[in-house]
Write a protein that binds this ligand. Sequence first.
Ligand code: ADP
Length: 342
Amino acid sequence: MALQVDGVTVRYGDLTAVSGVDLSVADGEVLALLGPSGCGKSTLLRAVAGLERPTAGAVRWDGRDLADVPVHRREFGLVFQDGQLFPHRDVAGNVAFGLRMRGTAKGEQAARVAELLDLVGLGGYQRRRVTELSGGEQQRVALARALAPHPRLLLLDEPLSALDRALRDQLAVDLADLLRRTATTALLVTHDHDEAFTLADRVAVMSAGRLLQVGRPAEVWRRPASEEVARFLGCTSVVPGRVEDGVVSCALGGAPVDGDVPAGPVRVGLRATALRVAAEQEAGAITAEVVQRVHRREHARLLVRVPEVGTVEATAPVATAPEPGASVRLALDPDGLALLPV
Ligand code: ADP
């Protein structure tokens, strides 16, 4: 394991920001720390960077305890939400910063800067002033600057959060591609599921300073370890259910399950997309009353009342979404389900 976090706790006075976290990141792996604001993600990242001294536990690289290794000697690259570029330097001056610190020869610096700018899609931007760049371009420069000295670990703290949605989605895809192509080992902090799932090989879900679950994105998404993880990952209802012969049934209907799930009781987490308006004559549909309708970008989000279950969320096509008060037939969509242990 390249990075190993062993029982790390960080306290600020009476507040325990990070509590006994064990975590490892393998060589070339991208791991996302995902959790709500204030759960301790940044504090943990800062402890890894050496910006925060753990109250207990150790941060190791290839087995070596880094307690006495200062930030600039850890050979880690850092990218923060707002880039933190040097405003008085041009793009090349910013990207070359780590190389200058290392005493890299001038010609080599220029070649590496050109290589990095190409890599982040800003070829030829060397002489541009960073104050004249868009937010997305500034983050690309920050990324190029962090990667230039070949860091052994890249630490990314909400690197896309300051950007608007469309740009963030595009940059997340570009960043994922870049991290794969350069086989960069990275630890990413984010509160955004989409970002974590786009970028990470594994996701570590945190809450109130603790690690709740670590796993591949699909695993954490489909099989949350607890109701807390399920709710954080968008399940708005959790109902009892049962798996039999690869089919899960609950009060809202039945649906095939993916993967091998042993027969027996489960809890079923439902995201809004788990219940959708059924096709005419669709078998196994249930009847519910629409309580509320909200239009979203791609579909209408309904709040429906289901007899003996209560109110749950459902989705309908925008053009044909039923009005509040209407009766609607709904079927389960396996894509919107998560299975939790009992
Ligand atoms: P996240 O990154 O998940 O949003 P943080 O790691 O920033 O969470 O913060 C975790 C908790 O620690 C929060 O309650 C925050 O207020 C507190 N905290 C963070 N940094 C400090 C600090 N330097 N001094 C005191 N409390 C802090």
